[in-house]
Design a protein around this ligand. Sequence first.
Ligand SMILES: Nc1ncnc2c1ncn2[C@@H]1O[C@H](COP(=O)(O)OP(=O)(O)OP(=O)(O)O)[C@@H](O)[C@H]1O
Ligand SMILES: [Mg+2]
Length: 143
Amino acid sequence: MSWRRVFPGRADQIPLARQFAMFLFAETSIAAEVGFVVTELATNSVRHTRSGQHGGRFTVELVLGGLAYVGVSDLGGGGYPTVRHDPLNGPVESEGGRGLRAVSQMAAMLGVHGSPIEGHTVWADLICIDKPYEDPPLATSVA
Ligand SMILES: Nc1ncnc2c1ncn2[C@@H]1O[C@H](COP(=O)(O)OP(=O)(O)OP(=O)(O)O)[C@@H](O)[C@H]1O
Ligand SMILES: [Mg+2]
């Protein structure tokens, strides 16, 4: 099952995107993680790309499953999404760089498609071991 929704590229849309994602994952144990990832990726799209400029937009794509997918597509125009690793000290608070690092730590896989010209999709796979429904009985005993 997958969902895709386009949001205006404004900061006030980020809580809506997070709520949309958490609602879809409400029956799973990873709703909070999905909400966090959507918040970080959507915030980056608005802050670092043309998505945050007048008339801009960002797109959230979600796939529910044993390996869940969260992707946020932007309009590019900035640099490249970069996971900042500093194993000794971590990023200095004021320098940022915490968002993608935190996402990379909770994701099974983190990736980027696209380019600054056409825009990027930054995506994360999250392990979701919940059963989405009760298995039907394999056999019915006959009395
Ligand atoms: N969608 C994007 N398009 C272009 N560049 C991006 C995008 N997302 C992130 N970046 C680049 O990667 C860097 C690291 O992103 P990250 O989210 O880790 O930190 P941040 O946004 O600078 O700060 P914060 O810790 O508040 O998230 C950013 O500073 C920015 O230069
Ligand atoms: Mg960020």
